[in-house]
Each structure stands twice: as C-alpha cells, then as structure tokens.
Design a protein around this ligand. Sequence first.
Ligand SMILES: Cc1cc2nc3c(=O)[nH]c(=O)nc-3n(C[C@H](O)[C@H](O)[C@H](O)COP(=O)(O)O)c2cc1C
Length: 338
Amino acid sequence: MERKLFEPISINQVTLKNRIAMSPMCMYACEQEDGKVTPFHITHYESRAVGQTGLVMLEATSIQPEGRISPQDLGIWEDSQIKDLKHLTSRIHAHGAKSGIQLAHAGRKARNSGPILAPSPIAFNENLESPNEMTTGDIDETIKAFKNAARRAKEANFDIIEIHAAHGYLINQFLSPLTNHRNDEYGGTKENRYTFLQKAIEAVQSENDSPIFVRISASEYHKDGNSYEDFVYFSNQMKNQGVALVDCSSGGVVPAQITPYPGYQVPFAEKLKHDVGIKTGAVGLITNGAQAEEILRNNRADLVFIGRPMLLNPYWTKQVSDELDVKIEAPSSYQKIW
Ligand SMILES: Cc1cc2nc3c(=O)[nH]c(=O)nc-3n(C[C@H](O)[C@H](O)[C@H](O)COP(=O)(O)O)c2cc1C
C-alpha cells in the first residue's frame, strides 16, 4: 500500500529511503571522557540502520570540550575524533541509511570541569553554576569551533548536519530574550539575537555542503520568551541562508511545567512549514505508524523524528511498516522472515 511515510524524500543532494529519522539522543556513553565513539555507539546507531530507519541522527556532539552537557558526551572538537566517527558512518551507510550529526554546545547548561560560558551571566537554576558572559573573543572562538566541527563531519562522511539551537543550549540562549541580555550586536533585537546562529550556519557552510537542519525550541513556555512571530523571523532567515529543514522541538530555555500529549509539538512544525515555506521535522510523542503517516500525508511536516520509541525498539521502522502494511527491504540476512 502507498504510504507517505515510506516514500523516499530528497533533501538537496541527499535522498532518504523513507521519512523516518532517529531523533538525536545523548547516550552519555563515552568511556574516557574523550568524546570518542565506543563499541556501544556502533551497536546503538548501526542497529537502528539495520532496522531500516531512513536517517540516523547522532546525539548532541560537542564542538568544544567545555560545551559538553556531560563529560560522557560525544565530541567533534579535535581531529583525533574523526577516525571513529568515520567508522560509525560507514556502519550506518552499510544498511542503506543516511547519517546525521547534531553539532552542539551547551552554554550555561554545560556540566564539566571547564569554564561555563553563555551570552549573559544568568544561571539556569540554583543547581547549575552561573556562567561567564562570553566576550566577543569567546564568540569568535566558538564560531570557529562550529567551522572546524563541520570540516571534521565532512571528513567523517556524515550526510546531514544538524545545528542544535534548541532546548536552552548555547545557541538557544542567544536566540531567547530570557537568556540573552547583551547590549552588543549579539543581543537586544531579534535581528541581533539571531546573529550568533547566522554566523554558526555560515561557518558550517564554509566547510561543508551537506544539507543543514536546525533544531529549535519553537515555544519557550514563558510569556516573555520568543513569540511565534520571532520564530517565523528566525525560520525565514534560516531559509534565506539555505537551511534545508527546521526540526521543531520546544522548551528547555527556562524551567517550565508542561504537560506533553501525543503529537504536542507537531503544530509548530506544521505552522512554520506553511507560514515560512521551509521543510520541517516533527518530533515528540509520535509513537505509531498511523500517527506518523497522518502527519506526513496531511503535509504537516516533511520528516518525523522518533526518539524514545526508537530507543525502546531499534526495529521501530520495521514495526510501523508492518502496521501500515508496507513491504520494506530487509537486510539480506533477514530476508526470509521479513
Ligand atoms: C535520553 C534522551 C536524550 C536526548 N538527547 C537529545 C539530544 O542530544 N539532542 C536533542 O536535540 N534532543 C535530545 N533529546 C530529545 C529527543 O530528541 C526528542 O526530541 C524527545 O525525546 C521527544 O521525542 P520522543 O517523544 O519521540 O522521545 C533526548 C531525549 C532523550 C529521551
């Protein structure tokens, strides 16, 4: 049966065999606090590729050691990390999946022994350290780190780069008026608050021509946070810069109580897709094939990102193909029983 979920999609020069992406999820699995891929990462990501996921997106991978969410995060801050990342992409590609890497910096939410940097010296909560306000020199260094990370991602053969600008991490801290109280060209107006992301995108593009996705938190769940009009502005800017897809998550900027329900973030992907005319990804409590198919068939998003259901089941894609009565290709060793 024809199902949109299993139609291939071309995003610039990259074609995914279906519209299912593994959502980036930190695994806190580096053994030596060196940011390097371990056997666990190979098993973890390769098994989702065996399961026929179209796009396997790696977890938040830090562009600088001081930008880690935890000391066990993956890293792409030095050349010695390329070799194992390249092996990992080869294992993902071996099963027909495309590979993505989420480039990240935690800013004031970093938890490690290095300096904690953020646009403004405001702590996330009483349990986290108050960050140092970044100087323009710190900002330049960090943009350079995005550029170098993009070069390494290219050498490691990633097909897609996702810039992490969501969940209250560094770039989100620049975007939000709740966390950015700067008076220079990086703060104040929405135009200025966008400048850091603009430069990060340019830095990535200067080294890597892969399609760029940007994950945003499309609601900050706070009355003084960015408004929907601000997100339309940011997404229009991204579109003008050639960003291929906006991956629409929410929250994490400031502590907030929310009650998620099935598909609760899909309306962000749907509205931005239609108001801006850019591809979007939908994520969050999308748990079954019928729900994913409804989102794509009704043109509410271009990809679905699946997080926890795919943690629980590496064969989530196979499971929903059975649910939706679609025959998909099996890895050669499993052909007799799929
Ligand atoms: C263990 C875990 C780690 C996560 N790490 C990341 C991450 O590295 N980057 C990111 O953008 N989102 C991260 N997320 C959020 C997921 O990508 C996803 O947006 C969220 O879980 C909602 O989707 P779901 O309901 O399908 O799980 C993480 C979620 C989980 C459960």
